[in-house]
Each structure stands twice: as C-alpha cells, then as structure tokens.
Design a protein around this ligand. Structure first.
Ligand code: 8X3
Length: 251
C-alpha cells in the first residue's frame, strides 16, 4: 500500500534521518518543524524521490498545530496513513532544586502536549482513512529515571503511557502504535539540553561509540515496513557500550 507519513521534528536528528530513509523507500512525506529554512532544504534534497509537503509550526502551540494540519488539502489528508511523533527535546540536566521552571514548561510543552496535539489532529484523519500507524519516539528515559532528569524522564514516561493507551484505544480502528526508546544517540539533543555548551554536550558521547540518528530511523522504517498484520509494540535501542540509562562502558 502506498504510504504517506507526517513526521514532526523533521528538521534535525532522528526526524530528519527518518524523512530520508522513508524517501529512499518511496514513502511520501509531510514534514513538520519550527525552522522553515531547514524544512525547505530537506524538501529540496528529497523531492526528486517522493512527494513532499512541508508544514511550519511549533508542536507546543495548540492553535498552530490544529489550524496548520487542518489547512492540508483534502487529497493530502486522504493519503496520510503514518504519523511519526519525533519532535521533542531535553532542556537542562539539573537537580530538582537547581532546575528551571522554564525548562519544565519547554519539555512538557513539546514532549507531552505537542505529541498529544499532533496526535489528536491526525488520528481523525487516520480513522477516516480506515487505519494507519503511529510511531512515538520515546527514550530510555521513559523506562528509567536518572538523577537530574526528573522532568525529562517524566515527559518520556508520559510518552510510554500514551503509546500504551493509544494502542488500546485505537485497536478497533485498525491503527497500529509503535513506541521506540533510544539510549544515547549523538544528535543536537545534548547541545540543546546544555543550551549550546558544546564541550559538555560532546562529553556525553566520549569514550564509546554512540548511536546515530540513522540507527533509530532504521528501526522506525523497520516498524512501518512490516506486513499489515504485524504490530511492533516497543523497541528499546542502546549503543553496544550502554546497558541502562546511566551505565556506560567508556574507554
Ligand atoms: C535520550 C536518551 O539517556 O539522554 O532521550 O535520556 S537520555
């Protein structure tokens, strides 16, 4: 069946890598992100392979999410059968005492509320199209809590609960739900978490070979390319040198 995937957070990291592997495999794309120039660049890069639409909004802006997705043409809405919820970030790695309420808001707005808004806007489209597939990008932080990560871990625990709940509630609508939980992936993730402190960001991945965005995109493509009767519920992916949220074999 021809697939069209709407991907949030498509301007960098796992979202961008997912856009690429989907395009290489003939999946048409609706790419969403906050940075319009990056969306335009990715569109230029991939539009010789598949049909590409770009939508420019912040997932945490409720009105923008619903009005922008509503603005898609009826024909485009009829095509969408895959949603990849990739948008999300960590802000800060601090003890609860030292942590910032603005960081709490940013993480809850994008990782939880943003994922919910986009899903609420897209699920009626999947239902009207008689089925589909939602992939939620969670984290090992959704399965474990680590020091200085209370709120980030809470948002990813929420993603895990939302994935499980969606799978139950969308069961009779023929919508599959896959939860993907990566460990250490070297993207802009740590640079954003540490507010541009490159030295601190680089130190996260020192002494071992981290995952790259393409490793996670590969798992996402695996999940969406299974036969229709197969639902991949959950995948946790670590680098070889990681055994838990905090245990690394660094050389
Ligand atoms: C990214 C992985 O371990 O930094 O979600 O939380 S971790």
């Amino acid at each position: 069946m021809q697939k069209t995937a709407l991907i949030t957070g498509a301007t960098s990291g796992i979202g961008k890598a997912t856009a690429k592997i989907f395009a290489e495999n003939g999946i048409n794309l609706v790419l969403c992100g906050r940075r319009k120039n990056r969306l335009d660049d990715i569109k230029k890069e991939l539009e010789n392979k598949v049909d590409i639409t770009t939508l420019h909004f912040d997932v945490g802006n409720r009105e923008a999410v619903f009005s922008t997705i509503e603005s898609l043409s009826d024909n485009k809405k009829k095509d969408i059968n895959v949603l990849v919820n990739c948008a999300g970030n960590a802000h800060g790695l601090d003890t609860f005492f030292d942590s910032s309420i603005d960081d709490f808001d940013s993480m809850i707005d994008s990782n939880v509320k943003g994922l919910l808004y986009v899903s609420k806007a897209i699920v009626p489209i999947l239902v009207a199209n008689k089925g589909g597939h939602i992939i939620n990008v969670s984290s090992i932080a959704g399965k474990e809590t680590y020091p200085k990560g209370a709120v980030y871990c809470a948002t990813k625990h929420a993603v895990e609960a939302i994935s499980k709940g969606m799978r139950m509630d969308l069961l009779t609508q023929g919508i599959k739900v896959t939860n993907i939980a990566p460990g250490a992936v070297e993207t802009e993730f740590s640079l954003v978490r540490f507010k541009g402190d490159k030295k601190r960001a680089d130190s996260v991945y020192q002494g071992f070979e981290p995952l790259v965005a393409e490793d996670i995109a590969d798992a996402i493509y695996y999940a969406v390319s299974r036969p229709d009767h197969v639902q991949i519920a959950d995948i946790t992916i670590f680098p070889k040198a990681q055994a838990s949220g905090t245990l690394f074999n660094r050389k």
